[in-house]
Design a protein. Sequence first.
Length: 249
Amino acid sequence: MKKQFLAVTLALLVLLSMTAMASASSGNDQQIQQAVSQKIQKTKQLRNVSADVEDGIVTLTGSVGLYQDKLDAAKKAKKIANVSGVRNQIAVAGENVPDSQIQQKLAKKVAYDRVGYFDNAFNYIAVAVQDGVVTLSGATYWDPPLSDAMAIAARTPGVKDVVNDVKVLPTSRFDDSLRIRTARVIYRDSVLSRYASDPARPIRIVVDNGHVTLYGTVESAMDKNIAGIRAGSVPGVFSVDNKLVVEKG
């Protein structure tokens, strides 16, 4: 009898504890929801966004004009105290722009983004667009070119989502030396030096563990072949993948 009484008492205590925890959790969720709603409603671009909270996880719904607005809403929610996670289900419902138009606009902006920086010729980022979803691919010398490209895409009207397939190359003094020496032999060549005149269209030199890949557009098959030969002549280069494209006449 005594054991039965203890079992019933323990069960009641557990039930009361669970009820108290559920009540506290519910109250905490309400506070989080209120804080998130107040935070996002302060931004004009996010006034069509709503927030629901369950067990500390915020679910954002509604619509925004730009993909960057969707990202900003999630960032604001994550900064609220006691938020354990964010489900970003906001729809990007801005203007509909043809994929080809988005691609051309982004490709140009990305190409000019690093003009004037030392790493400009050592980054290659390609842009593809399908149904408003932008995919960035290629390789960059370090993080800033990728971060810039992602930000440019996120702020472009018509972009619904951004997929990152860009590889940030590892830090390597050996590769740095190859980059500099390969750039010298290419741009000091009397035939190829003219490709340095348009900083947005250089012969891009991507070096990864001693392997060199050339990207960009050149005027002739001869120019492409010369660039490949020059890159292959650099001591320490393991291989050269010549992906230069000959522009159509």
